[in-house]
Design a protein around this ligand. Sequence first.
Ligand code: PMP
Length: 359
Amino acid sequence: MSRVYNFGAGPATLPLPVLEQIQSELLDWHNLGLSILELGHRTKEFTELAEKTEADLRELLTIPSNYKVLFLHGGGRSQFAMVPMNLLQDKTSADYLETGIWSNLASIEAKRYCHVNVVASSKDSGYRTVPAVETWSLNPQAAYFYYCDNETVNGVELPFVPPVTVPLVTDMSSNFLSREIDINKFGLIFAGAQKNVAIAGVTIVIVRDDLLTSVLPQTPSMFTYKIHTDNNSMYNTPPIFAWYVASLVFEWIKKQGGVKQMQEQNQKKANKLYQFIDQCDFYYNFVEKKFRSRMNVVFNLKDETLNDLFLQQSTEAELAFLKGHKLVGAMRASIYNAMPESGIDALINFMTDFAKRYG
Ligand code: PMP
């Protein structure tokens, strides 16, 4: 068996032991004589799995009991609408910080439901930084403050939790479980699973229960958090396979030493790659240093005419999907929890060699 290092932004690489376990128990899950793919969500067996998955996540992130955990359909994009529909309550305005295309898209979606106050945006500078907190024009009457903790496309990550007084909402789709966080600081956290948690299909939402008192008129039932919390995420048929993969990934993280260990490893991997890019004349990264993402390392070749060759040869060297997002161009190495340090080493070796040959 030959497996490449997969630097794709998502659906992304999964821990090998997780894939092996899925393979080994795919045809006969827990001696039931059937596959998890064929298992009803209301069975005792799946209910137990669901409860254990939630308990593991609560343990991994020390989630307090006044927060609900949901496993939903619909991806990050559905959350762009669910957040305003559920959290506006009697307010008409929400604050948005724009640090990349995902927070920008979230703010555009929110405009369908409320006045969006963009507190600050780094759009004009090509989303390469996070505007200084002192420049944010916060609205103390906002229903909530929204930001994207890690901008997957632009490679920008916040190294701090925004100091705001209104409920804090964050999109952690691409850095969920990559570092320790204090849940108490947040009103709502959401994360599509296909990057750092599992496969596409499940979206995790952690929400403080006092925020769920009402929804906008005509909010679909499927978009109402309260309906999902009242039904333990089983209002309709949940994405059971993705939920099951999440359960295996949570167990894997626990075995590795928990989120603290992930954080240390992620910092080490990212430092190694950025240090290499910074000291090599051939490549550069354009994100302001303190806001560089530990998960999505964007970089350019100084001679862009070599881009296609770089991508062709890196693919041949079994380093897959290094092409950056079409809106930003260049290259992007997504190095989530499941990317081993050996993948970073292989990438640096290739980049060193390529620079020697074409520099
Ligand atoms: N937010 C972030 C930070 C993302 O990276 C993505 C997807 N790449 C989304 C939201 C949208 O997620 P989905 O495709 O699951 O709707």
